[in-house]
Design a protein around this ligand. Structure first.
Ligand code: NAD
Ligand code: UGA
Length: 463
């Protein structure tokens, strides 16, 4: 089928950028992104493309180019489903917070709602594409809902997981390592796969488009995230050993990364990985393994999360210990709150957990992040339900200016690796702080020697 109309359900961090890039590179395809969240759609339609709800380098320019031409954002989900030949499901699949699998399994209620809505609305054959990250064999459930509640039309289900990373979403989408498309091995399945291959071929070379069966595709996404997160937990585990032995984790990472079998990427020791997906997807993998009785497999992957929790806790403990075992009423300034640089996303950011620990110790936290609002930081803390909103408001001070945030601080903690932090006038910051002035560099981005020569007590990760 030659695709001319696409609908995407879910205008979030994946749906928005992915569809913007499809629309930019396929001017002959009309792309409509729909969402139940009216504010989110209004923000995507803001006349000033700088105000779109997701910050990603290069994204506002693409939206400016395609929006209104062949890229549309709407809350009319039924109409977009009805019009489209191909429907992407890109809704959230968070960890379940209730019932069976609570705290582990993926919550598929939003996926099921989409499937039921597609079944109800569709009057012609449709290709339904799983873009969300899903447990292996979810396509079976979607197919069953579509076939049993639909209007007798034919559905093909494809799995097309997204591998973009936030902060580099546009670059990743324009130049992906690979596009993965899983589908049925029947003739109809192959035809559906080819329709999606044709869409991507508008800008991705064919040798980078991989086709597999549906289950391999679904499981490859969970596997990729598990492997990536495992590398971070592995290097972070070594960072603790470095601190005890005089080895330096940056040197160790460089030394092992030059082995072409290991490779240099994703070996940066840190305060712990955050983001909406690594933890959620590994917990989901652990749950799936357990549900098949594969307890050793489950335990193996769970250790990646245990190590990451330990790394976050270790960082806050180190701050308390170094500040003479008390941070009560001390001003501790966080530079960065986002889970990584170049995004305004804070989901599962290590900063939230470190702040929570330090507030428990009665510290006063000041924060500067170039892209995250005060409200977002407060709602992140509220979400943990450790204390009341009033108490969080009292314990968290948010600044628009980094120098103001650092003034009169006892310690600075780097939680996000924003480039601008490395270019600050650290002498000026030092002069405005209580002495001894401590820097806890949770990202190893600052120049330790330079800071020590100014007079700072500098503590990086793994050295
Ligand atoms: P998100 O929360 O930013 O966006 C999901 C959107 O779906 C929300 O705006 C929500 O209102 C909307 N939605 C939910 N149910 C709906 C319904 N029934 N009808 C219409 N809209 C509905 O989530 P996200 O970060 O874009 O992630 C989406 C999926 O992609 C997840 O499965 C995630 O694991 C996966 N993923 C995310 C990333 C990432 O970098 N964030 C990368 C790869 C894969
Ligand atoms: C990750 C994957 O990289 C994407 O391929 C995947 O599509 C996505 O999850 C998803 O499924 O949601 P993302 O979470 O956006 O992308 O960002 P990453 O660059 O992977 O960083 C995740 C976390 O790990 C961040 O907190 C980052 O600071 C941390 N990190 C990353 C390290 O601590 N060290 C590293 O070497 C790399």
């Amino acid at each position: 089928m030659k695709i001319t109309k696409i609908c995407c359900i879910g205008a979030g961090y994946v749906g928005g950028p992915t569809m913007a890039v499809i629309a930019q590179n396929c001017p002959h395809i009309q792309v409509t992104v729909v969402d139940l969240n009216e504010q989110r759609i209004a923000d995507w339609n803001d006349p000033n493309p700088e105000n779109i709800p997701i910050y990603e380098p290069g994204l506002s320019e693409i939206v400016a180019e395609a929006r209104g031409r062949n890229l549309f954002f709407s809350t009319n989900v039924d109409k977009a489903i009805d019009d489209a030949q191909m429907i992407f499901i890109s809704v959230n699949t968070p960890t379940k917070t209730y019932g069976k699998g609570k705290g582990m399994a993926a919550d598929l209620k939003y996926i099921e709602l989409c499937a039921r809505q597609i079944a109800r609305v569709a009057k012609q054959n449709k290709i339904v594409v799983e873009k969300s990250t899903l447990p292996v064999r979810t396509a079976e459930a979607i197919k069953s809902i579509l076939d049993n509640t639909g209007n007798g039309v034919q559905f093909q289900i494809l799995s097309n997981p997204e591998f973009l990373a936030e902060g580099t979403a546009v670059a990743d989408l324009l130049n992906p390592d690979r596009i993965l498309i899983g589908g049925d091995t029947t003739l109809d399945g192959e035809e559906a796969i080819n329709s999606l291959v044709d869409v991507y071929s508008n800008w991705v070379s064919k040798d980078r488009i991989l086709t597999t069966n549906v289950w391999s595709s679904e499981l490859s996404k969970l596997t990729a995230n598990a492997f990536l997160a495992q590398r971070i937990s592995s290097i972070n585990a070594m960072s603790e050993l470095c601190e005890k032995t005089g080895a330096d984790i940056n040197e160790v990472a460089r030394a092992i990364g030059m082995d072409s079998r290991i490779g240099p990427k994703f070996l940066k020791a840190s305060v712990g990985f955050g983001g909406s997906c690594f933890q959620k997807d590994i917990l989901n993998l652990v749950y799936i393994a357990k549900s098949y009785g594969l307890n050793e497999v489950a335990d193996y992957w769970e250790q990646v999360i245990i190590m990451n929790d330990h790394q976050k806790r270790r960082f806050s403990n180190k701050i308390v210990q170094t500040l003479y075992n008390t941070v009560a009423d001390k001003k501790i300034t966080f530079l960065g709150w986002a889970f990584k640089k170049d995004t305004n996303d804070t989901r599962e950011s290590a900063a939230i957990y470190v702040a929570d620990d330090l507030i428990n110790e009665q510290a006063k936290i000041s924060v500067f992040d170039p892209k995250v609002s005060k409200n977002k930081m407060l709602s992140d803390l509220d979400y943990l339900e450790t204390r009341s909103r009033e108490e969080n408001v009292k314990s968290l001070n948010v600044f628009e200016n980094a120098y103001e945030a650092c003034k009169d601080a006892h310690a600075i903690a780097i939680l996000t690796e924003w480039d601008e932090f490395t270019t600050y006038d650290w002498q000026k910051i030092y002069d405005s702080m209580h002495k001894p002035a401590f820097v806890f560099d949770g990202r190893n981005i600052l120049n330790a020697k330079q800071l020590e020569s100014i007079g700072f007590v500098y503590k990086g990760i793994g050295s």
